[in-house]
Design a protein around this ligand. Structure first.
Ligand code: SF4
Length: 282
C-alpha cells in the first residue's frame, strides 16, 4: 500500500502564526491566557493549549488573567477597544490577509461606497470585517442577496478570505448590474483553493482518501466533500485512532490531506499507523 500525503496538508500561514503566537505568549505569561473563541477548529490542539493555560472564552467577562489573544479570524475593532479599555494586554493574531479585508472594507466605507462583503453571514471573520465598514455594509452569500439593494450609485466589494472565486465573481457580476461604479478588492486567500485542488488531484489517483481535521472545522468538512465528489471512498477523521483497518486493507494507494487547522503531529501519527499496516512512503 502506497501512502501519498498532500504537500499542502495542515496549517496555513495564518493559523501557524496564531498557534506560534499562543505558544510564545503562554511561555512568557505567568497567569492564564485567554483566546476569544477557540484559537482554531481542532479539539486536539485546543486541549494541548489548555494544558499550557491557554483557554478559550466566549466573552471578556470570563477572563481569569490579563492577557487576551485575538485569533486569526479577527474581531470587530470595538472588541479590541473594549479589552484595552479594561486594561487587558491584547495580542492580536489576526491573519494579515484578514486584516487586509478589514482595512479595505473600512476604506471603501470612508470613500462613500455601499460596502458588500461576499461570504458567510455567521462566520466570525465576516462579522469582524462587517464592523470595519461601520454600519453601511451588506453581507452577500450569493448574488440574490443583493436584490434588497435596488439601484445604487457606488458599490465597493471585498471577500471573506475563504470564499470561492466563483461565488465572488457571481456577486461582483450582480453589482455591475446594480451600480454605476463598482470598486472591487479581491481579498480571497488562495491557501484554501490550492489545498482543495491538490486534495482532489490526489483523491482521483488513490483507492481511499483520509481527510484529517476537527469535525467542527468547516474547511476540513468541505475538503472531505470535495474528495468524496471524485468518487473515491473518503473518511473524515480527527486522529489515527479512528481508522478502521478494513478501510485500507485492499487499497493499493491511500491519500492523506488535512484542513488548515490540523497540526503536523496528527498527520505524522496517521502515516505511522498506516505504515504499521504495511504502508510505504512518503
Ligand atoms: S486561510 Fe488564508 S486568510 Fe485564512 S488564516 Fe489561513 S492564510 Fe490567513
Amino acid at each position: 500500500m502506497e501512502i501519498i500525503v498532500a504537500e499542502k496538508a495542515g496549517f496555513c500561514f495564518g493559523v501557524k502564526r496564531a498557534i506560534q503566537t499562543a505558544y510564545d505568549t503562554a511561555h512568557e505569561t505567568e497567569g492564564e491566557v485567554a483566546t476569544l473563541g477557540p484559537l482554531i477548529h481542532n479539539p486536539q490542539v485546543v486541549s494541548r493549549l489548555k494544558e499550557m493555560k491557554v483557554r478559550p472564552v466566549e466573552g471578556l467577562d470570563e477572563l481569569r488573567g490579563d492577557t487576551l489573544i485575538i485569533r486569526s479570524h479577527g474581531v470587530p475593532k470595538e472588541v479590541i477597544d473594549d479589552a484595552e479599555g479594561r486594561g487587558l494586554r491584547v495580542i492580536n493574531a489576526t491573519c494579515p490577509f484578514v486584516k487586509k479585508a478589514q482595512n479595505y472594507a473600512s476604506l471603501l466605507q470612508e470613500e462613500g461606497y455601499r460596502v458588500v462583503i461576499v461570504g458567510d453571514k455567521r462566520h466570525p471573520e465576516v462579522r469582524g470585517i462587517l464592523a470595519y465598514a461601520v454600519g453601511s455594509a451588506l453581507v452577500a452569500e450569493d448574488a440574490k442577496d443583493l436584490d434588497v439593494l435596488g439601484k445604487v450609485a457606488r458599490i465597493g466589494v471585498v471577500a471573506q478570505t475563504t470564499t470561492t472565486l466563483e461565488r465572488f465573481q457571481r456577486v461582483v457580476g450582480r453589482c455591475l448590474e446594480l451600480a454605476g461604479e463598482v470598486k472591487v478588492f479581491n481579498t480571497i486567500c488562495d491557501a484554501t483553493s490550492i489545498r482543495q485542488q491538490e486534495a482532489q488531484e490526489i483523491a482521483r489517483k488513490v483507492d481511499v482518501m483520509l481527510v484529517l481535521g476537527g469535525k467542527n472545522s468547516g474547511n476540513t468538512t468541505r475538503l472531505s466533500e470535495l474528495c468524496r465528489e471524485t468518487g473515491t471512498p473518503t473518511h473524515h477523521i480527527e486522529t489515527a485512532a479512528e481508522i478502521d483497518p478494513i478501510w485500507v486493507s485492499a487499497a493499493g494507494k491511500v491519500g492523506i490531506t488535512a484542513g488548515a487547522s490540523t497540526p503536523q503531529w496528527i498527520i505524522a501519527d496517521v502515516v505511522t499507523f498506516l505504515r504499521r499496516l504495511g504502508g510505504e512512503g512518503p
